[in-house]
Design a protein around this ligand. Structure first.
Ligand SMILES: Nc1ncnc2c1ncn2[C@@H]1O[C@H](COP(=O)(O)OP(=O)(O)OP(=O)(O)O)[C@@H](O)[C@H]1O
Length: 293
């Protein structure tokens, strides 16, 4: 294996007779943001739980920070951060107290980065400075989710797992969260694996998007690469005589050449864009689900 942060080869998982993962392969490099997309029940949480060491796989080779998660020890676990889908505990604790308490767990595991994250700095990073003294039960949904993220990163993880992190965020909180992820990867060189159902979020955050469907990763790459891989139609938009036109074509170059041959100087506001991530995603998932049947 190559020293990547995550390496997954032929990962398989069955619950009883039901096979959920049927040979999943992917890797993640240091500082990369990978977004795992897939329909409900595709096995995203199962995959993440196996990588976190919370669930035993049926078969396949998995290394996370060079270690088989099924045998991960405490020093290994201290290098990971986990943000679960939702978390409803410790209502009576105050925000700063809880982070200080949980952070103490990491104190013996500094390694090449100092652990834990100093609490006041962490509160600032996640935008909770003003709520530091608030009881957790009193936080709004968005603040609560920021606290979940703070709990996930208090140990300054090398690898962070985020399962649907922005559910319930308003647009501003979402943008701040995206800035935070960029800061973690740029400044801390944290590798991030996250799941979401929000394609716009996937497009904004991901260095690479992995699409899990029919038990396998059916495509991986940036949003543009995925669109090219699917060889979808390209959308060409333009205006002529003040009127707006849209045309979908498999060969945009030939179409635009012909457009200019016919109308040349009358063409204005020309835009050529590959199919959207949503169109690409829907097509890949439909194909995978069709062939899995
Ligand atoms: N402990 C379990 N026992 C039996 N079946 C399970 C168990 N956990 C998950 N499954 C099944 O495995 C499949 C994959 O579930 P998983 O939660 O991994 O999917 P997901 O892609 O994360 O879905 P979602 O987008 O809805 O969160 C589902 O059909 C689910 O019902």
């Amino acid at each position: 294996m190559t020293g990547a942060v995550i390496e997954v080869r032929d990962l398989r998982m069955s619950y009883g007779p039901k096979e959920v993962l049927a040979g999943v392969d992917f890797t993640a490099r240091r500082g990369e943001v990978l977004v795992l997309l897939g329909p409900n029940g595709a096995g995203k949480s199962t995959t993440i739980e196996i990588l976190e060491g919370f669930r035993r796989r049926s078969a396949g080779d998995v290394r996370v920070l060079g270690v088989d998660p099924a045998r991960g020890d405490e020093p290994w676990r201290a290098r990971l951060g986990v943000v679960l889908q939702s978390w409803r505990d410790h209502g009576k604790w105050r925000v700063r107290e809880l982070l200080r308490h949980l952070g103490a767990y990491y104190a013996g595991y500094s390694g090449d980065r100092e652990r834990p994250w100093p609490v006041d700095e962490l509160l600032d990073v996640v935008g909770l400075t003003e709520s530091a003294g608030t009881r957790i039960a009193r936080l709004s949904g968005g603040q609560r989710r920021r606290l979940d993220v703070a709990i996930g990163i208090v140990g300054r993880p090398e690898l962070l797992f985020l399962d649907e992190p922005t559910v319930g965020f308003d647009p501003e909180a979402r943008r701040e969260f995206h800035d935070l992820v960029h800061r973690l990867t740029d400044v801390e060189e944290t590798t991030v694996l996250l799941t979401t159902h929000d394609l716009d979020e996937a497009e904004k955050l991901a260095d690479r998007i992995l699409i899990l469907a029919g038990g396998r990763i059916v495509a991986g790459g940036s949003a543009d690469e995925l669109a090219r891989e699917v060889a979808g139609e390209t959308e060409v938009r333009w205006t002529r005589d003040g009127r707006r036109f849209v045309h979908s074509t498999g060969d945009a170059t030939a179409f635009v050449r012909e457009l200019f041959r016919q109308h040349d100087a009358e063409i204005d506001d020309l835009e050529v864009r590959p199919s959207s991530l949503e169109e690409t995603y829907m097509k890949l998932v439909r194909e995978a689900e069709g062939s899995a049947r």
